[in-house]
Ligand binder design. Sequence first.
Ligand code: UT7
Length: 322
Amino acid sequence: MIKAAITGWGGYVPNNQVNNHFLTTIVDTSDDWIKTRTGIKTRYISTGENTSQLALKAAAQALKQSNLEAADLDLIIVATVTPDSFTPATACLVQAELGASKAFAFDVTAGCSGFIYGLNIAASFIENGKVKNALVIGAEVLTKVTDWTDRNTCVLFGDGAGAVVLQPSYYKGILASYCGSAGDKEGLLTIPAVPVRNPFVSEQPAASVISMQGQKVFKFAVKAMRKSIDKVLEDGNCKFADIKYVIPHQANTRIIDFVARKMRVDKQKFYRNIESLGNTSAATIPLAFNEMLSQGLLNKGDKIIMVGFGGGLTWGAVLVEL
Ligand code: UT7
């Protein structure tokens, strides 16, 4: 059976690194609180680059790595909750800049699980033979929808993009995948878009910024990640011991610790880079994957699990043989 193999990868963050001390100058917080409650020490914040520009930089690296030309691409998916515009899709902006004229391109909105959803969609197109070369990007400029007066959320987020190229293979690739949603819990994590504003509506619209019930999302996250890991292990006929690394969504290092503890597995198998990048939503997983490859932590034949959760609520995982 044809599988979707990862053949290229890339990652990019803006060059403006912001430490916790800076945040203490704008909200009532401390370096100690942020470090001990989240694991975050720094994050990178855009000084003007929008989501498509970050996505483009990650995409160019992924293409180069896979030895493909932009013209070879059949599909471009950008997972984001912070697109440049409602239309055109950020994926279309990336397509135009790359010159990937043969591809069809669209965005996926699935909160911080967006990259996992994007991988699932692209893999399905490859597995059914309709697409050969797919580019999947997770890209966010979350800081443009951050409420900079809310200490509960503004200390958590950063900007960035990560990308992978997927191609058909008989030998390796995505062995199992899983996605879930719970729309009835939508209120736990929201970023409102444009409200109805017309001559028949008099209400003042709510600001388009992130709001979150942190503790409830925390509890959901632990359950959702565990369930997603178990599901892809079962569907992929693997044991946890067969997995070299889990690459979890980077929202809080304590969430990752809890998942490992509940599963009674070695927490060192869960890769983390939240300390330096913060939570970049749909970009955390491909950024971590790119970083791990550049550090030589992953080799051909390794099995890994990428697992995420986020607003929607949404969750999901993929089990990949590299
Ligand atoms: O990407 C997916 C979405 N995001 C997440 O998955 C995040 C999930 N949630 C979390 O990671 C955690 O719930 C947070 C990091 C958001 C919050 O940590 P917590 O340990 O759950 O703290 P809390 O909300 O229970 O707040 C504890 C205290 C409160 O003060 P009181 O009421 O005990 O006096 C908060 O007001 O900490 C206070 N607090 C802060 N203090 C200093 C909240 N934010 C801050 C802050 N600095 N930045």
